[in-house]
Design a protein around this ligand. Structure first.
Ligand code: MRU
Length: 338
């Protein structure tokens, strides 16, 4: 199921806010619609945001009156959400192509994502023990990347290889990406999954014998500090307490080589009503003060490995991630020879 595609003169997408109840296909034919789809999480997940935004630039090229309007439109798309660095990465990449070549570049980015996700899945699957309960978090499957998925792609690949993983899926409040999207994708892939409340993370590690955890990322600093969906840090801390390896799976495009640590990763804060209400129903008194960060940062000391399309980066991350910055094409060439 493609979550994002080019639709002739607009970018098509599955409205993820409506899943799993309804499979609604929509299209963004204007820059306003592109920005709105990203802002409202109709399209979400760091790599999928990058792919969708790249198509959005092609929309901007078709609809903008001139270069100034085009540049302003690209800036608006780039600012639609602050934490997932794949958005900026896609904008930077598009800014390097000639006028009129934006759609071809967006299609190339989308195609590359399929290859990248396949490699992440292959590398990551080697880390999962046979027959293990594996905790994940949020949603990192095909819906979140526009291709095969990152952390969820690893679990699905392990299942395909006959390793019989059993996924443990925290619901991921307040927007329930785990409950709504991850269980939906795992059911589609035929992988057994157990949904738990977010508050059950630590206890489930103990009682269901979780053997490892693997999550995605929205931005990774050079030292391995990783921003991901709010609640990820709690999973990492609980994993450390139970001596369970905690892995991150993400493409190189999620690494922000300009940041030496996670301290300066911008953390999106969202509408308080996401916490005070659910599905239009109040779950707290009106006006209750709310703190609603959409992401947290897990320090690299809690991360056993970062799975990328180039292989598994291990601590010290300054070195292993530094390798990805300076030698990506060499590593790709090496991989191609195998
Ligand atoms: O707010 P979301 O749903 O866009 O957050 C998504 C996540 O945090 C994912 O774990 C991350 O983007 C990686 S998706 C492969």
């Amino acid at each position: 199921m493609e979550p994002v595609w080019w639709d002739g003169d607009a970018v098509g997408y599955i409205d993820q806010r409506r899943l799993p109840g309804s499979l609604v296909r929509a299209r963004a034919a204007t820059v306003d619609e592109v920005v709105e789809a990203i802002r409202t999480l109709a399209v979400r997940g760091a790599p999928a945001i990058g792919v969708f935004a790249a198509y959005g630039v092609a929309v901007a090229r078709r609809t903008a009156g001139g270069d100034d309007e085009f540049r302003a439109a690209v800036a608006r798309i780039g600012a639609a959400r602050p934490t997932a660095v794949n958005l900026r990465w896609a904008m930077d990449r598009l800014s390097g192509v000639e006028a009129g070549a934006e759609l071809a570049e967006a299609l190339a980015i989308h195609e590359e994502q399929r290859d990248v996700d396949r490699r992440i899945a292959e590398h990551g699957a080697t880390l999962l023990p046979e027959g293990a309960a594996v905790m994940t978090y949020c949603n990192t499957g095909p819906l979140a990347t526009g291709a095969g998925g990152t952390a969820l792609g690893v679990i699905i690949e392990a299942a395909r290889l006959g390793k019989k993983p059993r996924a443990i899926v925290p619901e991921t409040r307040p927007l329930l990406q785990g409950a709504r999207l991850t269980t939906f994708e795992l059911a589609g892939a035929g992988v057994p999954a157990t949904l738990i409340a977010d508050g059950a993370v630590a206890w489930t590690m103990r009682t269901l014998g979780v053997r490892c955890a693997i999550v995605g990322a929205d931005r990774i600093a050079r030292n391995g500090d990783t921003a991901n969906k709010i609640g990820t840090l709690a999973v990492a801390i609980a994993a450390a307490h139970h001596r369970i390896p905690f892995y991150v799976a993400a493409p190189r495009s999620t690494i922000d080589f300009s940041l030496s640590s996670g301290e300066r990763i911008p953390i999106e804060e969202r509408d308080p009503d996401e916490v005070r209400r659910f599905g239009g129903v109040a779950t707290a008194p009106d006006g209750t003060p709310v703190y609603n960060p959409a992401f947290d940062v897990t320090p690299s000391c809690l991360i056993a490995g970062i799975v990328t399309e180039f292989g598994v980066c291990r601590p010290p991350y300054d070195e292993s991630i530094g390798d990805l910055e300076t030698r990506p094409s060499k590593l790709l060439a090496e991989l191609a020879k195998r």
